[in-house]
Design a protein around this ligand. Sequence first.
Ligand SMILES: Cc1cc2nc3c(=O)[nH]c(=O)nc-3n(C[C@H](O)[C@H](O)[C@H](O)COP(=O)(O)O)c2cc1C
Length: 388
Amino acid sequence: MTQAPQSAVPAAGDVVDPVVSPKDTPILNDINKFKLVLLSLNTARGTTLTHGEGTLQITWDETVRIAKAAEKAGLDAILSIAHWKNWAQSRPQYDRMWDAITFAAGLAAVTERIQFFSTVHIPLFHPVMVAKMAATVDHIASGRLALNVVAGWNQSEFGMFGLPEIEHDKRYEYAAEWMDFLLKIFESDEPFDFHGHFLHGENVVSQPKPLQRPRPVIMSAGSSGAGMAFASKYADVNFGIYPSLEEFPAILAKAKATATEAGNPGLKFCGHGYIVCGDTEADAKKQFKYLVEDKLDRLSTETLTEMSMGKMHSVDVVAREHMYQQTAGGNWGFPLVGTAEQVFEGIKVMAEGGMAGMAVSFPDYDEGVARYDETIRPLLIEAGLRKF
Ligand SMILES: Cc1cc2nc3c(=O)[nH]c(=O)nc-3n(C[C@H](O)[C@H](O)[C@H](O)COP(=O)(O)O)c2cc1C
């Protein structure tokens, strides 16, 4: 039973929160034309499946140091992934990863401008819980939270929660109802009942709202038919996996047409670049080979490849002959391996092909962010792709 509506008019002494428009946040504003989002800072080794040294360890000191450096280097956002255990238990320290939402809360308190994308595994959280956590983090962050809402695919992780495997498109049916419920919580000042096919809630209310109204920025990361339908209905920005710098523009054009047809012509599309930058092309290639050939964590790479194929439709676009290399080096991001100029050229191709930005990962995040700051950033600014 829904309670009688309360008056929405604030009484003397009530807190009236400031309002932040999602469109003014770093990922959606017009300041930096091509957006850069640091990926996987919350998981050991980031996106590199190697036994080589220099990758992320996951200690809080390391996390704060790199987040602050990323903010100073002008990056727009940090995207923390939802990940609960590593692909293969090849070395226990590789199982270290921070929770995506509390990670953002901690970093929001020690940064000022950079935005936080927190990944939420839809099947693992009730919308009432996410509405409350999102509001809390958005207040800590003064309106800098974004939610990356993913349907989930990794049954080995979901098994830890006792969840049965759900068929791919069915996961998106559940995800759509979950989003309808979450959005209603964000938008409603009155208590309401929700009775869907999968989810129920009685007398639902959540205050305070996030500072971003009517809701925080929403991101999705599926590229399948069902994933694109979901993105077109609910998302502001979609991050995808694309086969190569040569092939992505045609795929992107189709995805944009789908979003426009579905009534979301403003949906922004981003890719992912795995940057291995050296003083010379030979140095960068040597480092890449060292990490993902000589020191390849073969067990993790084979396990992840095996697990993801057929489960994550977007991975099916990656050419089989490059599968191991792209899984181990950047988790299917475009390998941008070379000098600063060559990395810049790759980013330029992404921008000219219609991408609004990209997730960025490095083998060594300290070194990668510093090198970006010193050598790649000035080229992007000079080309007008970034303001700062
Ligand atoms: C940039 C990026 C970040 C992602 N982050 C996560 C994540 O944190 N947790 C997760 O389970 N899946 C993550 N995924 C996988 C997607 O949620 C999704 O399962 C995948 O892209 C396949 O979706 P599809 O089958 O609809 O194409 C990510 C994908 C991309 C491209």
